[in-house]
Design a protein around this ligand. Structure first.
Ligand code: AP5
Length: 216
């Protein structure tokens, strides 16, 4: 089953994708995490993506599509995957459909996690992330020991692109370039809106309920 998690920056896509992929044994493909991993390892892809990410802009479609296509070709993605942060433009959505079609598959469901803009800013400014991409929040999801990951104890860090000016630009870019995908998937009958203002646990339950419905 291939699921696309849609929603603005800070809506909780990464948080929910980690919980659901664990619960369902699905591979979690986060385009942002793959870029950050490449950046950490100073690969040519990471270095090319850096400027765009620092400005809160989208990395060009050709680079992003090639990267996700490569990830989807791996053995752990043959039975399904949870896509978080991809697609983000109409060209990426078309490329995803074409890639899945080549594999004899298709997108089964697109949960759209909606959260008002003011709340997004509060969430992103209080977010702390582990080296392995686990996500915490000072108020809504604090780690057991301040500044340390609950799972491996590694130090948490604040993402460069969570600075207020960059967050504002990321939201603007989302509104301009990604919101057309809401209608795109609605027209295909795949979109289900999820109220992302509920607690992390409640949003997780709502998401699992819509996924189970599609599985039946
Ligand atoms: P990416 O890493 O994908 O960032 P994003 O989409 O902006 O999303 P975030 O990771 O910021 O938010 P999220 O929705 O995952 O929220 P989270 O669960 O962390 O992309 C980063 C950059 O990479 C882009 O700007 C771009 O440059 C590039 N890029 C990536 N993909 C690309 C693509 N396809 N094309 C081109 N460029 C691309 O939650 C946020 C906070 O809120 C956390 O602290 C969490 O604990 C808290 N929280 C979560 N849920 C709740 C809740 N229900 N209640 C209270 N708090 C909550």
């Amino acid at each position: 089953m291939y699921i696309v998690l849609l929603g603005p920056p800070g809506a909780g896509k990464g948080t929910q994708a980690s919980l659901i992929s664990e619960e369902m044994g699905l591979s979690h493909i986060s385009s942002g995490d793959i870029f950050r991993e490449n950046l950490k390892n100073e690969t040519p892809l990471g270095l090319e993506a850096k400027g765009y990410m620092d400005r809160g802009e989208l990395v060009p479609d050709d680079l992003t599509i090639a990267m996700v296509k490569d990830r989807l070709s791996k053995p752990d993605c043959q039975k399904g995957a949870l896509l978080d942060g991809f697609p983000r433009t109409p060209a990426q959505a078309a490329a995803l459909s074409a890639t899945l079609e080549e594999m004899g598959k298709s997108v089964a469901l697109v949960p759209y996690i909606s959260v008002p803009e003011q709340e997004l800013i509060e969430r992103l400014s209080g977010r702390w992330t582990s080296q392995t991409g686990r996500v915490y929040h000072v108020k809504y999801n604090p780690p057991k020991v301040a500044g340390r990951c609950d799972v491996d104890g590694s130090p948490l860090y604040q993402r460069e692109d969570d600075k207020p000016e960059t967050v504002k630009n990321r939201i603007k870019v989302y509104l301009q370039q990604t919101t057309p995908l809401i209608d795109y998937y609605k027209e295909q009958g795949l979109l289900v809106e999820i109220d992302g203002t509920k607690s992390i646990e409640e949003v997780g339950k709502d998401l699992l309920a819509v996924i189970e419905k599609v599985q039946q």
